[in-house]
Design a protein around this ligand. Structure first.
Ligand code: PEP
Ligand code: MG
Length: 898
């Protein structure tokens, strides 16, 4: 078995298709090398070895690996003409992790590995650059100390221990930038760094290059099971057994002087999707400097530089002198880079996120990958690539991640409210969106408030969880490619970075902008699209489906076969859903209409009535309200079918349970408190979800069904008189036997007939049922003889198939998932194996009797991608989901066909 794959010198053992084995980074390095992109030579240790390491333990795994690694180092040595650990002609390497997908939280990068007190002297002689050699050495100790040896800040109010030592020295020397350190300063730093390591870890810093290399490789394997990596995997549902690869690569240096640089670039804008090459770089710098946000990075293109200067309010002469673009400063390397970015984007047919280094005028590409992007950028890039002829329609649809569309459906700032907003500062628009929340200064306190904005000088991988919890992220330092910016875009979270006007004091927990001081808990708002930081709260409005988003949805409809309806209980919800393209309503829960103050009174009167007459009287009071509800909904649905479900919940949900409200009710109804109490006690059930609810109500109190049917039919006829078409589909809930359905159907049809006679007019309507009790699924062939349609109520069907109470499962489901008894929450993701089998069976049995039986789903699963795909496969006519999931369902419905 091959454990190590090599690349370099325009050839490679692997290729981009081998992501599972080589990880994303390794596979792309191999691919780049074989298509002629200048990549420093190196090798990739496979993800299988990581799995081996976890299974067999360190000793065996490293033993199995040793020879191949040693031989591969020899290979790099011969390609680079240098030797690992050699005092006169040393080869240094970088070590990086690389899983199938890029994963913040894993060990990132160790640069300059292979250096020690002797090698540094050789490196200085070889390059004739003592400053560079010592700078590389101090960087190595800093990175290795942090990621391999686990050096930590003293407390969360402290900075990274190495940064603290450097800041201290800067102060002492009266300098501002790392590049201003003298050779002697760097030597002192190396000494102090090693000392700090000894103090905190109790061990000497490892001087043997091979010990350093194996230490780094083991650290990468261990980082797969680090807390943050586990959290990230959970967040995205990635399995534990993928493992990570390790990439070892010859070093090239961006810190060799003023003719050297390093940077990150994107072939298109990762925030907006605009087709504009962009990125950031630093002269005389190495690797992480750009992303870490310690120095202010410069823009790659001149256009980007001009835009940046405008945002940062920097004068043109200062910009040209202190922050020139790469295009202006190193035009040769810039043009070469433009060439490679074009080749790579065409080759991968997607937006690329690339890292590069210019070593003494020679350009090297260190990494390329499909760039992380916001939901808006995802949609724009896909539509553009389609129009540019780089991808097909089918591929375009498949490239849209359903759940990422969610970002485009969140509220945006109300343009009116923005006109009067108090903008306190501006930063870089690192990740678009609108966020309002209370200030917190520490990632582990992001859940202190319901809505929080995480305000940091800069963020680091440890902040991942807090960034996810916060509504938005604001940093004082860092550019568009800073850690905060990249992670936020991946999460689709609003982020403003590099807002230099902010003074943040972690100890006092204050944010100062000019004269104003803000404290933890103060409200601020971020406009991630403009970079504006706004005092206080700003009102938001619902987003609209326009532009490229609308284009993608139109394309989805071209391919989709299964329709998408919505669950809506009000005309407003119905209108929103129509705006998102819902082709009807799959569920209107009528009980929600009874909870308003004036209505619940009539409802309670009905419940408290002891006679049919009394109940009918109370129901008569509800009729006009219910009728106008239906008119509003029908009208909003513009002639699309509307499924209305008859009353479903147990009656005790409508009566007051507190003494004070019971008294109020008794007074209002002129009855004794005792009578109210007795009724409440009478309605009490041990298992209300299995109790007197659903069609059991309509069959014991037929007058409820009568009233609701009358309201539906009258509403339809009223609209018809105004020339508005409506298509009601009356749905009976919680049916388990044919007889239950038949009785309800008869009441509905009789009532409709009576109304038709009264009005001398008729309309078409359907009477169908929910399938949400396992018995109904089993006898679906019988029920289908009478029912016009089936709608799977998978909330109840899941509850009753598993025997897990919908209301109480929260107590044990998380533990079940943690222990691996269940993979996911079955109330969220449809259990295809069990519940799905019932759905398949019921659909088959129903259609055996009635081949054209209309079948849909209206449980929560109707908006969940994997469940929607399943619904398509079982041949459903539609899924129905909440209004804001409608575009997602339309997309998945199309993807399911492709
Ligand atoms: C269901 O049970 O899936 C359903 C849609 O009905 P409810 O959630 O109202 O019980
Ligand atoms: Mg139900």
């Amino acid at each position: 078995k091959t454990r190590v794959f090599r690349f370099g010198n325009k050839s490679a053992d692997g290729n981009s298709k081998m992501k599972n084995l080589l990880g994303g980074k390794g596979a792309n390095l191999a691919e780049m090398s074989s298509i002629g992109i200048p990549v420093p030579p190196g090798f990739t240790i496979t993800t299988d070895v990581c799995t081996e390491y976890n299974l067999l333990g360190q000793e065996v795994a490293i033993d199995n690996l040793k020879l191949e690694v040693e031989e591969s180092i020899t290979n790099i040595e011969s390609l680079m003409g240098a030797r690992f650990g050699d005092m006169n002609n040393p080869l240094l390497v970088s070590v990086r992790s690389g899983a199938r997908v890029s994963m913040p939280g894993m060990m990132d990068t160790v640069l300059n590995l292979g250096i020690n007190d002797e090698v540094v002297v050789g490196l200085a002689k070889k390059t004739d650059n003592e400053h560079f050699a010592w700078d590389s050495y101090r960087r190595f100790i800093q990175m290795y100390g942090g990621v391999v040896l686990g050096m930590k800040p003293e407390s969360k109010e402290h900075m990274d221990p190495f940064e603290e030592i450097m800041d201290h020295l800067k102060e002492k020397r009266g300098i501002r930038s790392d590049t201003e350190f003298s050779v002697q300063d760097l030597k002192d730093l190396v000494y102090d760094f090693k000392d700090a390591v000894k103090k905190q870890t109790g061990h000497n810093f490892p001087a043997d290059p091979w010990e350093q290399l194996w230490g780094a490789i083991i650290a990468v394997f261990n980082s797969w099971n680090g807390e943050r990596a586990i959290y990230y995997r959970k967040m995205h549902g990635y399995p534990e057994d993928w493992g990570t690869a390790v990439n070892v690569q010859a070093m090239v240096y961006g810190n060799m002087g003023d003719n050297s640089a390093t940077g990150v670039c994107f072939t298109r804008d990762a925030g907006t999707g605009e087709n504009a090459f962009n990125g950031e770089y630093l002269v005389n710098a190495q690797g992480e400097d750009v992303v870490a946000g310690i120095r202010t990075p410069q823009q790659i293109t001149k256009l980007g530089s001009l835009r940046w200067a405008e945002l940062a309010r920097i004068d043109e002469d200062v910009r040209v002198k202190d922050y020139p673009s790469l295009e202006e400063l190193m035009p040769g390397s810039y043009n070469e880079l433009v060439g490679y970015q074009q080749i790579l984007e065409k080759h991968y047919r997607d937006m690329q996120d690339m890292e590069f280094t210019i070593q003494d005028g020679k350009l090297w590409i260190l990494q390329t990958r499909n760039g992380k992007r916001t939901g808006a950028a995802m949609v724009k890039i896909v539509v553009d690539l389609l129009n540019e002829g780089l991808i097909s329609e089918e591929e375009a649809l498949l490239r849209i991640e359903p759940n990422k569309l969610d970002e485009l459906l969140h509220p945006i700032f109300d343009p009116e409210a923005l006109k009067t907003a108090n903008i306190i500062a501006q930063g870089l628009p690192a990740s678009p969106g609108a966020a309002t929340g209370k200030i917190v200064f520490f990632a582990d306190e992001a859940n202190k408030f319901k809505n929080s904005i995480l305000v940091r000088i800069e963020t680091s991988p440890e902040d991942l969880e807090g960034m996810n919890l916060a509504k938005g992220i604001l940093t004082a330092r860092g550019g568009m490619t800073s850690h905060a910016a990249v992670v936020a875009r991946g999460m689709g979270k609003c982020c403003i970075s590099g807002a230099g006007a902010l003074k943040i004091n972690y100890k006092d927990r204050t944010l100062t902008v000019g004269e104003h001081e803000y404290h933890e808990g103060d409200w601020i708002s971020l406009n991630g699209s403009t970079g504006n930081i706004i005092e206080g709260k700003v009102a938001t409005v619902e987003p609209e489906l326009t532009g490229e988003f609308a284009e993608i949805m139109k394309l989805a409809d071209k391919y989709a076969i299964m329709q998408v309806r919505t669950n809506a209980d009000t005309p407003n919800d119905a209108r929103i859903a129509r705006g998102f393209g819902a082709q009807g309503i799959g569920l209107t829960r009528t009980e929600h209409m009874f909870f308003e103050v004036d209505r619940i009174k009539a409802m309670r009167e009905m419940i408290l009535a002891d006679t049919v007459k009394g109940r009918k009287q109370a129901l008569n009071g509800l009729l006009p309200m219910q009728r106008s509800d239906f008119e509003g909904i029908f009208e909003a649905m513009e002639g699309f079918p509307v499924t209305i479900r008859l009353l479903d919940p147990p009656l005790h949900e409508f009566v007051p349970h507190q003494l004070a409200t019971q008294k109020e009710l008794a007074d209002e109804m002129h009855i004794s408190l005792m009578a109210v109490k007795n009724k409440v006690a009478e309605l009490e059930e041990f298992n209300p979800m299995l109790g007197h609810r659903g069609c059991r109500l309509g069959n014991t109190y037929p007058e409820i069904t009568e009233m609701q049917t009358r309201a539906i039919i009258e509403a339809t006829l009223n609209l018809k008189a105004k020339g508005i078409i409506s298509k009601p589909e009356i749905m009976v809930p919680l049916v388990g036997t044919l007889k239950e359905f038949e009785m309800q159907e008869q009441i509905i049809r009789n009532t409709a007939k009576t109304v038709f006679e009264e009005r001398h007019d008729t309309i078409d309507y359907l009477v169908g049922t929910m399938i949400e009790i396992p018995r109904a699924a089993l006898v679906a062939d019988k029920i289908a003889q009478k029912a016009d349609f089936f709608s799977f109520g998978t909330n109840d069907l899941t509850q009753m198939t598993f025997g897990y109470s919908r209301d109480d499962a929260g107590k044990f489901l998380p533990i079940y998932i943690e222990k691996g008894i269940l993979k996911v929450d079955p109330f969220e993701v449809l259990d295809q194996e069990g519940v799905g089998e019932l759905i398949k069976m019921a659909t088959e049995r129903g259609r055996r009797v009635k081949p054209n039986l209309k079948v849909g789903i209206c449980g929560e699963h109707g908006g969940e991608p994997s469940s929607i795909e399943f619904c398509y496969k079982t041949g459903m006519n539609y899924v129905s989901c909440s209004p804001f999931r409608v575009p997602i369902a339309r997309l998945v419905s199309a993807q399911a066909v492709i």
